[in-house]
Every structure is written in C-alpha cells, then in structure tokens.
Design a protein around this ligand. Structure first.
Ligand SMILES: [Zn+2]
Ligand SMILES: [Zn+2]
Length: 273
C-alpha cells in the first residue's frame, strides 16, 4: 500500500467535518461505555462485559477503517502509467490520466478510479481505498444504531421534558451545551449526534452499495457510464479484493485487489449511452 505523505485538511469543509468526526466518534464511544451502558447493566455483570466487547470491536473497526482510508494513497503519484485505451492527459498534473481517473482540485492530483472527495476523512476515495471507505460507512452505521438504541432509553429516563429549555436543547443541542452546562444537555446532544449518524450512515450506505453493486463510481453513475459493470460478484471482488466474501467484515483482513487501478476490464455487453 502506498502511504499518503500529507493528510492535512484541504479546505474549510474538510477542516469542519474532519474535526467533528475525529472528536465526536471517540467522545460518543467513551460516553456510551462509561455512563450509558452501566446505567442499564452493572459493570460486573456478563451483559455489561458483552456490550463492552461488542462496542469496542465496532469502535476498533471504525478507527482502523478511518486510518486506512486516510493513509492509503490512491493517486497517480509514483505510479508508472503507460498509454492504454481510454487514457487522456491531465493538464494540471501534466501527466497521462488513466481511464476512470479524475483530477481532484482539493488534493491537487489525479486520483485512480476517483469516486469523490470525502470531507470527513479529508481524502479522495478511489481505487485503493474505496474498500476502507465502505467499511467505515458500515461500522459508523452499526455503531450509531447500537449507541442510539441504548441512548434513546437513557435520555428518556434522565432528561426532564416539560420546559421550553428542552425544546431548545433538541433544536440547538450544540449551542445549548455552551449556554446550559447541565449534564442533561450533553445527553441530548449525544442523542442528536447518534441519530444524525444513523440517518446519514444508512443513506450513504444505500447509495454506495448501489454504486458497488453496479460497478460504478459516483462520476460514472451521474454520467450513466455502464461499461465497467462486470456482474454483482465480480464488482464486489473489484472493490474488496480476492477475499471479497469476508473483507467487508473488517479493514484489517488482507485482501489483494485485482488489477492496478490503471487498466480495467470492460463488460462484454457494455453500451455507452
Ligand atoms: Zn491531474
Ligand atoms: Zn481529493
């Protein structure tokens, strides 16, 4: 795996989203295992230990997916690109641009099989790190659902519901943390973060699963380019590698990707519309 040399945020959107992500996920995880789950199960019981291990595994997979996504260099940098069918020239990089590669104005380089620039990881998602981005989506969604399940009941038992302050807490959770320092405000803010995590996680997972299933990048979906659709199983193998059946379970499972991100198999029945 080629390692990225600069992982600094590339713009104001990157700075905001990445900072939020990096602080929110560990804080919410810590709050759930230190306060919320002990509210329901004594820390000496089997069920506390069971949820502690499950939550830690989910958190580990989120952190590992995040690190692999940001550290994996999926750009054309340092790669030998020979002229094949479908190549063009990138005038900014002054280099041959392989098929499915596009220039990222934020990363300032061409990205192999570019899908999109992800503001939460300050990274472009492309040929070499799409797998890790997808496991990040899977585990953020699972973690948000898991946390929200306990947190809904925890909020119900610990937050007073009768005042105008409660409405403000729900509508402006982050601002109210500053104005109202009570612990109940923090409980509502964490609940909102978890619910937003569930909604965004499910939406992104649904969208990217459809791209994955049809062998497309975001650009190819928008422009209705179908020629890289090799069938469901082969499309999964193209993203998750040789061990595609288990590689989606964790980013740490080694799974060699077929191809080099420069030359791509084309569907026999393709028709460009
Ligand atoms: Zn370029
Ligand atoms: Zn980028």
């Amino acid at each position: 795996m080629n390692i990225r040399t600069s992982i600094l945020p590339k713009g104001i959107g990157d700075i905001g989203a990445t900072t939020f992500f990096v602080f929110a996920i560990p804080s919410v995880f810590w709050y759930e295992i230190a306060y919320v789950i002990p509210y329901f199960y004594d820390t000496t019981t089997f069920w506390y230990k069971f949820h502690f291990v499950c939550a830690t595994l989910v958190f580990f997979n989120i952190v590992a997916s995040y690190l692999f996504t940001i550290l994996c260099d999926t750009s054309i940098k340092g790669r030998l690109i020979q002229s094949t069918d479908g190549t063009s020239i990138c005038s900014v990089c002054e280099s041959i641009q392989p098929p499915r590669a596009y220039h990222c104005p934020l990363c300032k380089i061409c990205i192999l099989k570019r899908d999109h620039h992800c503001v939460f990881t300050s990274s472009c998602i492309g040929f070499y790190n799409y797998r890790y981005f997808f496991t990040l989506l899977i585990f953020v969604t699972i973690g948000s659902l898991y946390g929200a399940y306990f947190h809904v009941f925890y909020t119900y038992h610990n937050v007073e519901y009768k005042s105008i302050i409660t409405i403000l807490r729900i509508l402006m959770p982050l601002m109210m943390i500053v104005l109202d320092e009570s612990s109940t405000q923090f409980i509502v803010a964490v609940l909102i973060i978890l619910i937003v995590g569930v909604v965004i996680g499910i939406m992104l997972l649904y969208y990217h699963f459809n791209l994955l299933k049809n062998g497309k990048t975001n650009y190819e979906h928008v422009h209705n380019i179908n020629k890289y659709d090799l069938g469901f199983k082969e499309n999964l193998r193209q993203v998750f590698g040789e061990r595609w059946r288990i590689a989606w379970l964790s980013p740490i499972i080694p799974s060699k990707l077929p191809g080099d991100g420069i030359n791509f198999k084309i569907s026999h029945t393709f028709k460009d519309k």
